[in-house]
Design a protein around this ligand. Sequence first.
Ligand code: NAD
Length: 504
Amino acid sequence: MTSVSTESSITGERAARETFDSLDPATDEVVGTYPVHTADDVAAAVVAARTAASWWAGLGFAGREERLRRWKGVVTRRSAQLAEVVRAETGKPHADAMLEIVLAIDHAAWAAKHARKVLGRHRRSPGLLMANQAATVEYQPLGVVGVIGPWNYPVFTPMGSIAYALASGNAVVFKPSEYTPGVGRWLADAFAEVVPEQPVFQVVTGFGETGAALCRSGVDKLAFTGSPGTGRKIMAACAETLTPVLIESGGKDALLVDADADVAAAADAAVWGGMSNAGQTCVGVERVYVHEKVYDEFVAKVVDLARSVRAGSDAEAKIGPITMPGQLKIIKRHIADALSRGGRALVGGADAVDDRYAQPTVLVDVPEDSPAVREETFGPTLTIAKVRDMDEAVAKANDSRYGLASTVFSKARGMELARRLRSGMTAINGVISFAGIPSLPFGGIGESGFGRIHGPEGLREFARAKAIARQRFRPPLLLTTFGRSAQTDATVAKLITLLHGKRR
Ligand code: NAD
C-alpha cells in the first residue's frame, strides 16, 4: 500500500513523498511505514557514499576491522530485537529468524577478520624472463557498491554482500525488499551507531523502481539477490553504464539419496531442507532422487516427518505464512499441475494452500517435465522420484536451467557424486551446511546467477586486482627498448626454446 506524507528525505530536506507500509504477513498488521525513495534520492545517497567510501578506504584494514567488529557486537547483543523485526516482516518463527542472524554475524566476523590476508599486498613470482622485477598484487576497493536484496532471509542474504563489500573497503547503498524494509533500516541504523562519522552504509527503501534507480546511479558494482526475472532487468539496466553485476538468483535444488545412505538422516534433511522457512529458501531442497533400493523406506520416513510440520502463526507451528502473497498462486499451480499429470500427494495436496499459508506437501510420481520439477516453487513442497542408480540421479538433478546448490546422502560415493553435480555448492550427508561455513564461496550456475559471495572469493568480488611490477635492477636482456640488439633477440629465442620447446 502506498500513501503520501511529509518527512525528511535521506539527504535531510523536507519534502512531500510517497510512502509504503510493511505488513505482518500473518495478520496484515502495519509494522512500519517507509519512504519510496526516488531516483534523485538514490543519486544523492550515492554521492554521499562516494565521500564516505574514500574515508572508509582510508581507515585501512585495521580501522575497518575494528569498526566491523563493533557492529557485529551490537547486532549480536540486540539479536533478539532484530529477530523480532524479521519475524514481524516475514512471518517466520522467532527461532528461525535468530538462526539466520547467528549465521550472518559469523559471516560478518569472518569477512572483517580475513580481509587483510585475502586482499592485502602479495608477492608473485616474476618468472625467469622478468627475474629483475618484483611483482605484487593487491585488491583495492571498488568504491560504492549497490546491494539489492530479497525478503526470504532479509539478514543473512544481503549480509553476504554488505559485510563482504564493507570489509573490502567499499561504501554500500542497500535497497532491501519492499517486504522487509524495516530489517534493512535496522541494520544500517546499528552500523551508523558504531560508524557515525560518514554514511558508509546507507539504506534506500521502495519498490522495483528504487532498485532500478540504484542500478543506474553510477555505483561501481551492483550485487543483486532475487529472482532470475528481476536479475535480467538488473543486468539490462546496469548494461547502460557498464556497471558490473553479481547475480544471486533462484534455484531448484536436488537432494540425492544413494543405496548405502543413512536413510533416516536423509529423510530428516529432505524435510527440513524443503520445508523450513515454509520452503522460501533459495538453497532449499525442492526435488529428491532416491535409489530404488531405499526408495520405499525413504518415502515412508519423509511422510512421517512431514506430517509433523504445520504452517501457522501459533507457538507450536513449525513454519510461518508465505511472506509474498503472489507466491501462493505459484505453489498452488505447481501442486495442481503435478496432480493433474498423474502425480500423487502423500502429504498435503490440492487443499494445502489457502490465502496465507501453504501446508507441507510431498509429491511422488510427478513427470520430470512438470513445473513442480522444473520451476522454483518456493513453498514447503518436495517431489520425490525413484532412480535405478546414481548416474540417473545425477543426470536428472543436472537437467535444470538452475544450478544453485545440491545435497548428497551417500556413505561411499559422496565426494564423487558431489563433484558431478552442476551446482555452485553441495552438502554431503548434511543439508545447506556450506552456507554456514564463512570460508566457502556461495553462488550459482546458469539461471541461478554468477559471481560469489562469502569466503575469499566473496571479498575479492568487491575489489579490483591491482598489479604492480617494480624493476629491482637493470636486466641483462633488455627487451622493452627500440635499442634491443639482434644478439638479445637470438638469446631470447634460445632461452624460450630451452624453457618451453621440449616435445614432451
Ligand atoms: P525479486 O526478484 O522479486 O526482488 C528482489 C529485489 O529486487 C527486491 O528488493 C525488489 O524490490 C528488487 N527489484 C524488483 N524489480 C526490480 C527492478 N526492475 N530493478 C531493480 N530492482 C528490482 O525476488 P524476491 O521475491 O524478493 O526474492 C525471492 C527470490 O530470491 C527467489 O527466486 C530466491 O530463490 C532468490 N534468492 C536467492 C538467493 C541466493 O543467494 N542465490 C538468496 C535468497 C533468495
